[in-house]
Ligand binder design. Structure first.
Ligand code: HAM
Length: 418
Protein backbone atom coordinates (compact mmCIF):
# COMPACT_ATOMS: atom_id res chain seq x y z
CA UNK A 1 0.00 0.00 0.00
CA UNK A 2 1.18 3.54 -0.72
CA UNK A 3 0.15 5.70 2.26
CA UNK A 4 -0.65 9.41 2.07
CA UNK A 5 2.09 12.02 2.53
CA UNK A 6 3.03 12.89 6.15
CA UNK A 7 1.11 15.91 7.41
CA UNK A 8 -1.73 15.48 4.89
CA UNK A 9 -5.13 13.97 5.67
CA UNK A 10 -8.04 12.36 3.89
CA UNK A 11 -11.36 13.87 4.94
CA UNK A 12 -13.60 10.83 4.89
CA UNK A 13 -17.38 10.43 4.63
CA UNK A 14 -18.67 10.89 8.17
CA UNK A 15 -16.29 13.81 8.76
CA UNK A 16 -16.83 15.51 5.43
CA UNK A 17 -20.41 16.42 6.42
CA UNK A 18 -18.97 18.64 9.17
CA UNK A 19 -16.76 20.33 6.56
CA UNK A 20 -19.75 20.91 4.33
CA UNK A 21 -21.67 22.52 7.19
CA UNK A 22 -18.63 24.64 8.08
CA UNK A 23 -18.18 25.78 4.47
CA UNK A 24 -21.87 26.63 4.23
CA UNK A 25 -21.74 28.76 7.40
CA UNK A 26 -18.49 30.40 6.25
CA UNK A 27 -19.99 31.39 2.88
CA UNK A 28 -23.13 32.65 4.58
CA UNK A 29 -21.19 34.82 7.04
CA UNK A 30 -19.13 36.26 4.15
CA UNK A 31 -22.30 37.04 2.20
CA UNK A 32 -23.86 38.80 5.19
CA UNK A 33 -20.81 41.06 5.57
CA UNK A 34 -20.62 41.84 1.86
CA UNK A 35 -17.60 39.70 0.81
CA UNK A 36 -17.41 38.17 -2.67
CA UNK A 37 -15.73 34.87 -3.39
CA UNK A 38 -12.46 34.66 -5.31
CA UNK A 39 -10.47 31.52 -6.19
CA UNK A 40 -6.76 31.94 -6.77
CA UNK A 41 -4.27 29.22 -7.82
CA UNK A 42 -2.33 27.07 -5.36
CA UNK A 43 0.84 27.75 -7.36
CA UNK A 44 2.38 31.23 -7.23
CA UNK A 45 5.80 32.65 -8.01
CA UNK A 46 8.21 32.13 -5.12
CA UNK A 47 8.97 35.84 -4.73
CA UNK A 48 5.33 36.71 -4.06
CA UNK A 49 5.76 35.23 -0.57
CA UNK A 50 9.34 36.41 -0.04
CA UNK A 51 8.07 39.95 -0.68
CA UNK A 52 4.59 39.50 0.78
CA UNK A 53 4.78 37.16 3.78
CA UNK A 54 8.29 38.42 4.52
CA UNK A 55 11.92 37.26 4.28
CA UNK A 56 12.37 37.07 8.06
CA UNK A 57 9.33 34.89 8.76
CA UNK A 58 9.51 31.19 9.66
CA UNK A 59 7.11 30.51 6.79
CA UNK A 60 9.47 31.85 4.13
CA UNK A 61 12.68 30.70 5.80
CA UNK A 62 11.71 27.13 6.65
CA UNK A 63 8.25 26.07 5.62
CA UNK A 64 7.58 26.69 1.93
CA UNK A 65 7.02 23.99 -0.67
CA UNK A 66 9.07 25.60 -3.41
CA UNK A 67 10.47 23.93 -6.50
CA UNK A 68 11.73 24.66 -9.96
CA UNK A 69 9.19 23.60 -12.57
CA UNK A 70 10.10 21.97 -15.86
CA UNK A 71 10.33 25.39 -17.52
CA UNK A 72 12.90 26.54 -14.97
CA UNK A 73 10.53 28.80 -13.03
CA UNK A 74 10.65 28.91 -9.22
CA UNK A 75 7.12 28.28 -7.95
CA UNK A 76 5.68 27.91 -4.45
CA UNK A 77 2.58 26.09 -3.25
CA UNK A 78 0.93 28.93 -1.33
CA UNK A 79 1.56 28.82 2.45
CA UNK A 80 -1.12 31.48 3.05
CA UNK A 81 -3.64 33.33 0.92
CA UNK A 82 -3.10 37.02 1.68
CA UNK A 83 -0.29 37.70 -0.86
CA UNK A 84 -2.31 35.89 -3.56
CA UNK A 85 -5.41 37.94 -2.74
CA UNK A 86 -3.38 41.14 -2.96
CA UNK A 87 -1.81 39.98 -6.23
CA UNK A 88 -5.23 39.28 -7.75
CA UNK A 89 -6.61 42.61 -6.43
CA UNK A 90 -3.76 44.46 -8.15
CA UNK A 91 -3.49 42.32 -11.30
CA UNK A 92 -7.20 42.63 -12.13
CA UNK A 93 -7.64 46.21 -10.83
CA UNK A 94 -10.48 44.88 -8.70
CA UNK A 95 -11.11 48.16 -6.97
CA UNK A 96 -12.57 49.43 -10.23
CA UNK A 97 -14.99 46.54 -10.72
CA UNK A 98 -15.78 45.99 -7.02
CA UNK A 99 -16.38 49.34 -5.31
CA UNK A 100 -16.35 47.67 -1.88
CA UNK A 101 -13.30 45.47 -2.41
CA UNK A 102 -14.18 42.74 0.09
CA UNK A 103 -13.01 39.30 -0.94
CA UNK A 104 -13.01 35.81 0.54
CA UNK A 105 -11.54 32.49 -0.46
CA UNK A 106 -11.63 28.89 0.75
CA UNK A 107 -8.89 26.43 -0.06
CA UNK A 108 -5.77 24.42 0.79
CA UNK A 109 -2.50 25.93 2.04
CA UNK A 110 0.88 24.21 2.39
CA UNK A 111 3.51 24.62 5.10
CA UNK A 112 6.34 22.24 5.87
CA UNK A 113 5.76 22.23 9.64
CA UNK A 114 6.09 19.46 12.21
CA UNK A 115 2.70 17.74 12.08
CA UNK A 116 0.67 17.38 15.29
CA UNK A 117 -2.98 17.68 16.37
CA UNK A 118 -4.39 20.75 14.61
CA UNK A 119 -1.21 21.32 12.58
CA UNK A 120 -0.76 19.81 9.15
CA UNK A 121 1.37 20.31 6.07
CA UNK A 122 -1.68 20.62 3.87
CA UNK A 123 -4.45 22.46 5.69
CA UNK A 124 -7.35 24.66 4.67
CA UNK A 125 -8.23 28.27 5.32
CA UNK A 126 -11.14 30.59 4.97
CA UNK A 127 -9.36 33.80 4.03
CA UNK A 128 -11.13 37.16 4.23
CA UNK A 129 -9.61 40.44 2.98
CA UNK A 130 -10.93 44.01 2.65
CA UNK A 131 -9.04 46.67 0.69
CA UNK A 132 -9.10 50.45 0.57
CA UNK A 133 -10.48 51.47 3.97
CA UNK A 134 -8.16 52.86 6.65
CA UNK A 135 -10.81 53.66 9.25
CA UNK A 136 -10.57 51.74 12.56
CA UNK A 137 -14.30 51.03 12.36
CA UNK A 138 -13.45 48.46 9.67
CA UNK A 139 -10.97 46.73 12.01
CA UNK A 140 -13.72 46.40 14.60
CA UNK A 141 -16.18 45.14 11.98
CA UNK A 142 -13.72 42.52 10.67
CA UNK A 143 -12.99 41.29 14.20
CA UNK A 144 -16.72 41.23 14.94
CA UNK A 145 -17.24 39.20 11.77
CA UNK A 146 -14.58 36.67 12.84
CA UNK A 147 -16.31 36.33 16.22
CA UNK A 148 -19.69 35.93 14.50
CA UNK A 149 -18.29 33.10 12.39
CA UNK A 150 -17.10 31.24 15.47
CA UNK A 151 -20.41 31.86 17.25
CA UNK A 152 -22.46 30.66 14.26
CA UNK A 153 -20.54 27.38 14.35
CA UNK A 154 -21.62 26.99 18.01
CA UNK A 155 -17.99 27.05 19.15
CA UNK A 156 -17.95 28.13 22.79
CA UNK A 157 -15.09 28.89 25.19
CA UNK A 158 -13.00 31.10 22.97
CA UNK A 159 -10.73 34.06 23.72
CA UNK A 160 -10.31 37.07 21.47
CA UNK A 161 -6.84 38.63 21.65
CA UNK A 162 -6.01 42.00 20.11
CA UNK A 163 -2.88 44.12 19.88
CA UNK A 164 -1.28 46.86 17.81
CA UNK A 165 2.15 46.37 16.26
CA UNK A 166 2.44 50.02 15.17
CA UNK A 167 3.49 51.31 11.76
CA UNK A 168 6.62 52.21 9.81
CA UNK A 169 6.83 55.44 11.84
CA UNK A 170 6.81 53.93 15.35
CA UNK A 171 8.05 50.36 14.78
CA UNK A 172 11.79 51.29 14.53
CA UNK A 173 11.75 52.86 18.02
CA UNK A 174 10.07 49.75 19.39
CA UNK A 175 12.61 47.44 17.69
CA UNK A 176 15.44 49.49 19.17
CA UNK A 177 13.80 49.32 22.61
CA UNK A 178 13.56 45.51 22.27
CA UNK A 179 17.23 45.15 21.39
CA UNK A 180 18.22 47.49 24.23
CA UNK A 181 16.06 45.64 26.75
CA UNK A 182 17.59 42.34 25.67
CA UNK A 183 21.11 43.66 26.13
CA UNK A 184 23.54 40.89 27.04
CA UNK A 185 20.75 38.41 27.63
CA UNK A 186 20.29 38.07 23.85
CA UNK A 187 23.15 35.55 23.97
CA UNK A 188 21.06 33.30 26.27
CA UNK A 189 18.23 32.99 23.74
CA UNK A 190 17.82 30.17 21.20
CA UNK A 191 19.67 30.39 17.86
CA UNK A 192 16.47 31.43 16.04
CA UNK A 193 15.94 34.34 18.46
CA UNK A 194 19.53 35.47 18.09
CA UNK A 195 18.98 35.63 14.37
CA UNK A 196 15.64 37.43 14.93
CA UNK A 197 17.34 40.01 17.18
CA UNK A 198 19.53 40.88 14.20
CA UNK A 199 17.00 40.77 11.38
CA UNK A 200 13.58 41.62 12.92
CA UNK A 201 13.49 41.83 16.76
CA UNK A 202 9.67 41.80 16.78
CA UNK A 203 9.80 38.16 15.61
CA UNK A 204 11.29 37.18 19.01
CA UNK A 205 7.70 37.14 20.31
CA UNK A 206 6.99 34.18 17.96
CA UNK A 207 9.47 32.03 19.95
CA UNK A 208 7.98 28.90 21.52
CA UNK A 209 11.22 27.62 23.20
CA UNK A 210 10.31 27.24 26.92
CA UNK A 211 13.75 28.36 28.20
CA UNK A 212 13.41 31.70 26.36
CA UNK A 213 10.03 32.67 27.77
CA UNK A 214 11.25 34.31 30.98
CA UNK A 215 13.40 36.77 29.05
CA UNK A 216 10.69 37.40 26.44
CA UNK A 217 7.98 38.06 29.03
CA UNK A 218 10.07 40.87 30.48
CA UNK A 219 10.45 42.68 27.12
CA UNK A 220 8.73 46.04 26.43
CA UNK A 221 5.22 46.12 24.96
CA UNK A 222 4.54 47.47 21.46
CA UNK A 223 1.44 49.31 22.74
CA UNK A 224 3.73 51.56 24.84
CA UNK A 225 5.67 52.68 21.73
CA UNK A 226 2.82 53.59 19.39
CA UNK A 227 2.89 56.95 17.59
CA UNK A 228 -0.14 59.22 18.07
CA UNK A 229 -1.86 57.98 14.94
CA UNK A 230 -1.46 54.30 15.86
CA UNK A 231 -2.51 54.98 19.47
CA UNK A 232 -5.71 56.78 18.37
CA UNK A 233 -6.42 54.03 15.85
CA UNK A 234 -6.01 51.26 18.43
CA UNK A 235 -8.21 53.07 20.97
CA UNK A 236 -10.93 53.41 18.32
CA UNK A 237 -10.69 49.69 17.50
CA UNK A 238 -11.09 48.64 21.13
CA UNK A 239 -13.98 51.05 21.71
CA UNK A 240 -15.61 49.64 18.56
CA UNK A 241 -15.33 46.16 20.08
CA UNK A 242 -16.79 47.50 23.34
CA UNK A 243 -19.76 48.83 21.38
CA UNK A 244 -20.29 45.43 19.76
CA UNK A 245 -19.99 43.96 23.27
CA UNK A 246 -17.40 41.45 22.10
CA UNK A 247 -15.14 40.66 25.06
CA UNK A 248 -11.39 40.76 24.22
CA UNK A 249 -8.02 40.79 25.90
CA UNK A 250 -5.11 43.01 24.83
CA UNK A 251 -2.08 40.74 24.40
CA UNK A 252 1.24 42.49 23.90
CA UNK A 253 2.83 39.26 22.63
CA UNK A 254 0.45 39.07 19.69
CA UNK A 255 2.84 40.25 16.95
CA UNK A 256 1.80 37.38 14.58
CA UNK A 257 4.26 35.42 12.47
CA UNK A 258 3.99 37.42 9.24
CA UNK A 259 5.86 40.60 8.33
CA UNK A 260 3.14 42.68 6.67
CA UNK A 261 1.09 43.70 9.68
CA UNK A 262 0.65 47.33 10.68
CA UNK A 263 -1.46 48.57 13.59
CA UNK A 264 -4.16 46.05 14.53
CA UNK A 265 -3.48 42.33 15.01
CA UNK A 266 -5.93 39.79 16.45
CA UNK A 267 -6.50 36.10 17.07
CA UNK A 268 -9.30 33.95 18.38
CA UNK A 269 -8.14 31.01 20.51
CA UNK A 270 -10.17 27.86 21.24
CA UNK A 271 -9.95 26.51 24.78
CA UNK A 272 -10.03 22.77 24.10
CA UNK A 273 -7.62 22.43 21.19
CA UNK A 274 -4.28 21.77 22.90
CA UNK A 275 -1.08 23.45 21.75
CA UNK A 276 -2.40 24.51 18.32
CA UNK A 277 -5.21 26.60 19.72
CA UNK A 278 -5.45 29.53 17.27
CA UNK A 279 -8.76 29.13 15.43
CA UNK A 280 -8.06 32.20 13.33
CA UNK A 281 -5.78 35.18 13.12
CA UNK A 282 -5.37 38.36 11.16
CA UNK A 283 -4.70 42.06 11.15
CA UNK A 284 -4.23 45.24 9.18
CA UNK A 285 -1.58 45.54 6.46
CA UNK A 286 -1.52 49.09 5.17
CA UNK A 287 1.70 48.81 3.08
CA UNK A 288 1.37 45.39 1.47
CA UNK A 289 -0.62 46.37 -1.61
CA UNK A 290 1.96 49.03 -2.49
CA UNK A 291 4.85 46.69 -1.65
CA UNK A 292 3.47 44.18 -4.14
CA UNK A 293 3.38 46.78 -6.90
CA UNK A 294 -0.18 48.03 -6.48
CA UNK A 295 -1.66 51.43 -5.62
CA UNK A 296 -1.27 52.80 -2.10
CA UNK A 297 -4.26 51.09 -0.49
CA UNK A 298 -4.68 49.83 3.06
CA UNK A 299 -5.89 46.30 3.73
CA UNK A 300 -7.13 44.18 6.58
CA UNK A 301 -8.24 40.57 6.92
CA UNK A 302 -7.98 37.28 8.70
CA UNK A 303 -7.69 33.58 7.99
CA UNK A 304 -9.40 30.78 9.89
CA UNK A 305 -7.98 27.24 9.98
CA UNK A 306 -10.78 24.94 8.84
CA UNK A 307 -9.26 21.81 10.46
CA UNK A 308 -9.25 23.62 13.79
CA UNK A 309 -12.80 24.90 13.41
CA UNK A 310 -13.94 21.36 12.59
CA UNK A 311 -12.15 20.07 15.72
CA UNK A 312 -13.83 22.75 17.85
CA UNK A 313 -17.35 22.39 16.42
CA UNK A 314 -19.78 20.47 18.62
CA UNK A 315 -21.13 17.14 17.32
CA UNK A 316 -24.27 17.37 15.28
CA UNK A 317 -26.51 14.34 14.75
CA UNK A 318 -27.81 15.78 11.49
CA UNK A 319 -24.44 14.95 10.05
CA UNK A 320 -25.01 11.40 8.82
CA UNK A 321 -25.83 11.47 5.13
CA UNK A 322 -29.48 10.50 4.73
CA UNK A 323 -30.55 7.92 2.17
CA UNK A 324 -34.25 8.45 1.52
CA UNK A 325 -35.01 5.08 -0.02
CA UNK A 326 -33.55 1.76 -1.09
CA UNK A 327 -35.34 0.17 -4.04
CA UNK A 328 -35.49 -3.64 -3.74
CA UNK A 329 -36.35 -5.62 -6.86
CA UNK A 330 -38.01 -9.00 -6.22
CA UNK A 331 -37.45 -11.30 -9.16
CA UNK A 332 -35.81 -10.82 -12.52
CA UNK A 333 -38.91 -9.24 -14.08
CA UNK A 334 -38.85 -6.44 -11.53
CA UNK A 335 -35.22 -5.43 -12.02
CA UNK A 336 -35.79 -3.13 -14.98
CA UNK A 337 -38.90 -1.36 -13.57
CA UNK A 338 -37.19 -0.99 -10.15
CA UNK A 339 -34.16 0.60 -11.80
CA UNK A 340 -36.44 3.09 -13.58
CA UNK A 341 -38.28 3.84 -10.33
CA UNK A 342 -34.91 4.69 -8.71
CA UNK A 343 -34.05 6.97 -11.64
CA UNK A 344 -37.41 8.79 -11.44
CA UNK A 345 -37.12 9.35 -7.68
CA UNK A 346 -33.57 10.67 -8.11
CA UNK A 347 -34.86 13.08 -10.71
CA UNK A 348 -37.43 14.22 -8.16
CA UNK A 349 -34.55 15.12 -5.82
CA UNK A 350 -34.51 12.13 -3.48
CA UNK A 351 -31.41 10.20 -2.41
CA UNK A 352 -32.01 6.66 -3.64
CA UNK A 353 -29.93 3.48 -3.66
CA UNK A 354 -30.49 0.47 -5.90
CA UNK A 355 -28.48 -2.73 -6.17
CA UNK A 356 -27.10 -2.91 -9.72
CA UNK A 357 -25.74 -6.40 -9.03
CA UNK A 358 -29.33 -7.69 -8.83
CA UNK A 359 -28.66 -9.87 -5.77
CA UNK A 360 -31.37 -11.89 -4.00
CA UNK A 361 -34.14 -9.88 -2.29
CA UNK A 362 -32.71 -10.94 1.11
CA UNK A 363 -29.24 -9.67 0.22
CA UNK A 364 -30.78 -6.41 -1.02
CA UNK A 365 -32.70 -6.04 2.28
CA UNK A 366 -29.48 -6.56 4.25
CA UNK A 367 -27.81 -3.85 2.20
CA UNK A 368 -30.79 -1.52 2.74
CA UNK A 369 -30.42 -2.03 6.51
CA UNK A 370 -26.72 -1.31 6.44
CA UNK A 371 -27.12 1.90 4.46
CA UNK A 372 -29.63 3.27 7.00
CA UNK A 373 -32.19 4.00 4.30
CA UNK A 374 -35.31 5.69 5.71
CA UNK A 375 -37.63 3.60 3.53
CA UNK A 376 -37.41 0.42 1.50
CA UNK A 377 -39.43 0.28 -1.71
CA UNK A 378 -40.41 -3.23 -2.76
CA UNK A 379 -41.10 -3.92 -6.41
CA UNK A 380 -42.23 -7.49 -7.24
CA UNK A 381 -44.57 -9.32 -9.58
CA UNK A 382 -47.67 -8.28 -7.65
CA UNK A 383 -46.66 -4.61 -7.49
CA UNK A 384 -45.90 -4.57 -11.20
CA UNK A 385 -49.29 -6.03 -12.05
CA UNK A 386 -51.11 -3.34 -10.02
CA UNK A 387 -48.71 -0.48 -10.86
CA UNK A 388 -48.01 0.10 -7.15
CA UNK A 389 -45.01 0.01 -4.82
CA UNK A 390 -44.86 -1.42 -1.30
CA UNK A 391 -43.20 1.05 1.02
CA UNK A 392 -41.65 -0.08 4.28
CA UNK A 393 -40.84 2.64 6.79
CA UNK A 394 -37.59 1.43 8.33
CA UNK A 395 -37.98 3.31 11.62
CA UNK A 396 -41.49 1.99 12.44
CA UNK A 397 -41.59 -1.20 10.34
CA UNK A 398 -44.99 -0.08 8.93
CA UNK A 399 -45.77 -1.23 5.43
CA UNK A 400 -48.22 0.22 2.93
CA UNK A 401 -48.98 0.05 -0.75
CA UNK A 402 -48.94 3.23 -2.83
CA UNK A 403 -49.56 3.99 -6.50
CA UNK A 404 -46.24 4.23 -8.33
CA UNK A 405 -46.96 7.79 -9.42
CA UNK A 406 -47.38 8.94 -5.83
CA UNK A 407 -44.23 7.46 -4.31
CA UNK A 408 -42.11 10.54 -4.73
CA UNK A 409 -44.72 12.83 -3.11
CA UNK A 410 -45.11 10.34 -0.26
CA UNK A 411 -41.37 10.14 0.44
CA UNK A 412 -40.89 13.89 0.19
CA UNK A 413 -43.68 14.42 2.70
CA UNK A 414 -42.23 11.85 5.09
CA UNK A 415 -38.94 13.73 4.87
CA UNK A 416 -40.58 16.98 5.94
CA UNK A 417 -39.30 18.59 2.76
CA UNK A 418 -41.22 21.36 1.02
P1 HAM B 1 -1.83 32.54 10.11
O1 HAM B 1 -1.94 32.92 11.55
O2 HAM B 1 -0.52 32.08 9.63
O3 HAM B 1 -2.34 33.80 9.29
O4 HAM B 1 -2.88 31.41 9.81
C1 HAM B 1 -4.26 31.60 10.08
C2 HAM B 1 -4.88 30.34 10.67
O5 HAM B 1 -4.61 29.22 9.82
C3 HAM B 1 -4.31 29.92 12.02
O6 HAM B 1 -4.92 30.63 13.07
C4 HAM B 1 -4.67 28.46 12.06
O7 HAM B 1 -6.02 28.29 12.44
C5 HAM B 1 -4.52 28.04 10.61
N1 HAM B 1 -3.22 27.38 10.37
C6 HAM B 1 -2.03 27.96 10.16
N2 HAM B 1 -1.08 27.01 9.96
C7 HAM B 1 -1.69 25.82 10.07
C8 HAM B 1 -1.26 24.44 9.95
N3 HAM B 1 0.01 24.11 9.67
N4 HAM B 1 -2.18 23.47 10.13
C9 HAM B 1 -3.48 23.78 10.38
N5 HAM B 1 -3.94 25.03 10.48
C10 HAM B 1 -3.07 26.05 10.33
C11 HAM B 1 -2.40 33.85 7.92
O8 HAM B 1 -2.30 32.88 7.22
C12 HAM B 1 -2.72 35.21 7.38
N6 HAM B 1 -2.75 35.12 5.91
C13 HAM B 1 -4.05 35.71 7.94
C14 HAM B 1 -4.44 37.06 7.41
C15 HAM B 1 -5.32 37.32 6.42
N7 HAM B 1 -3.96 38.24 7.80
C16 HAM B 1 -4.50 39.20 7.11
N8 HAM B 1 -5.33 38.64 6.24
Amino acid sequence: MIAGVRGTRDILPGEVERWQRLEQVARDVCRRYGYREIRTPVLERENLFAKGTGETTDIVQKEMYTFTDKGGERVTMRPEATPSMVRAFVQHSLEQSLPAAKLYSLGPMFRYERPQKGRYRQFHQLDVEAFGVAAPALDAEVIEMASALVAMLDIRDTTLLVNSVGCAACRPAFSTALVQALGDRAAELCADCQRRAETNPLRIFDCKVPADQGIIDALPHSADYLCDECRTHFDAVTSGLDEYQRPYRVSHRLVRGLDYYTKTTFEILGEHLGAQNALLGGGRYDNLVRQLGGPDRPGIGFAAGLERLVLAMPDDDRETAEVDAFVVAIGEEATGPARLLARDLRQAGLSVLFDPAARSPRAQMRLANRTNAASVLLVGEDELARDVVTIKDMSTGDQQTIARGEVSAHLTQRDGRP
